[in-house]
Write a protein that binds this ligand. Structure first.
Ligand code: NAP
Length: 259
């Protein structure tokens, strides 16, 4: 049985938010970690130093996941410096709000390039090595929006996250026989820059209370809630769990339905 200390994890968008908590947790379990970033170079470098100080092997590597060539270069550098990648966490993502009335083609294209194409590029870049070694754990970060929650203004973002769910199942089919599992975590409303950055303190208070009321647990999510679920799928022991989508949403009540 593989050990956590044998693992090398690539976490896309690892410098902040859910990605950062995931990088920290995987390092704590004993994995070596590549913290990928696109804009937050300093935060990524600082995190890598913190992980090193905590006893893990870690590097920070810049790459835009929507650019296949940059992703290939990042994978090559990670494997040269840390060893073969055994865990891929596709966490990088953006959310641009719009309704049918305010739809912007460019915004939607950019979300697709990062949220969907990004998952394809990284998976293609690591799968050769994983197949050769007959071992891999791929964890995609989708969203409950992609399953069908009823929050307004994120229909097009939701479409990209629904795409992540079907890619998870289809990639699991394609890669399962090679010992590679592919699963998705679908977070509910979690406090990060994505949900908080553009809101005033009052707006944040109102919004977070609304989402807390929509959850059976009566609270919004913390980044650690999501990282824990990622670590479950990424674990060496999780070898017979694949093609699954785990909603980690505190028990969201506002799913669109016919009942
Ligand atoms: P966040 O704090 O805004 O972090 C987004 C991360 O994605 C950042 O680390 C960013 O890198 C990275 N990123 C964006 N574009 C990229 C690109 N082109 N190439 C590489 N990295 C890129 O948001 P978050 O909430 O932690 O989001 C993490 C994931 O969870 C996303 O996929 C998001 O859709 C999903 N999610 C979040 C929630 C929530 O409530 N927060 C709910 C459901 C799903 P830099 O730091 O370098 O800019």
């Amino acid at each position: 049985m593989a050990q956590w200390s044998d693992q090398v994890a690539l976490v896309t968008g690892g410098a902040r938010g859910i990605g950062r908590a995931t990088a920290e947790l995987l390092a704590k379990r004993g994995a070596s970690v590549c913290v990928n970033y696109v804009s937050q170079a300093e935060a990524a470098e600082t995190l890598a130093k913190e992980l090193l100080a905590g006893g893990a092997r870690a590097i920070a590597v810049g790459a835009d996941v929507s650019d296949a060539k940059s992703v290939e270069a990042m994978v090559a550098r990670t494997e040269a410096e840390l060893g073969p990648i055994t865990i891929l966490v596709n966490n990088a993502g953006i959310s641009l709000k719009a309704t049918l009335d305010t739809f912007d083609e460019g915004d939607f294209a950019r979300m697709r390039e990062i949220n969907v194409d990004g998952v394809i590029h990284t998976t293609r870049a690591v799968m050769g090595g994983m197949r050769a070694r007959r071992y891999g754990r791929i964890v995609n970060i989708s969203s409950v929006a992609g399953i069908g929650t009823a929050a307004a203004g994120n229909a097009f973002y939701a479409a990209t996250k629904a795409a992540v769910i079907i890619l998870t199942r289809r990639f699991a089919m394609e890669l399962g026989a090679a010992g590679i599992t592919v699963n998705a975590v679908a977070p509910g409303f979690v406090r990060t820059d994505m949900t908080e950055a553009k809101l005033s303190p009052d707006e944040w208070e109102r919004t977070s209370n609304q989402f807390a009321e929509r959850a059976m647990t009566g609270r919004i999510g913390e980044v650690a809630d999501i990282a824990n679920a990622v670590a479950f799928f990424a674990a060496p022991e999780a070898s017979w769990v694949t093609g699954q989508v785990l909603a980690v949403d505190g028990g969201r009540l506002d799913y669109i339905g016919h009942a």
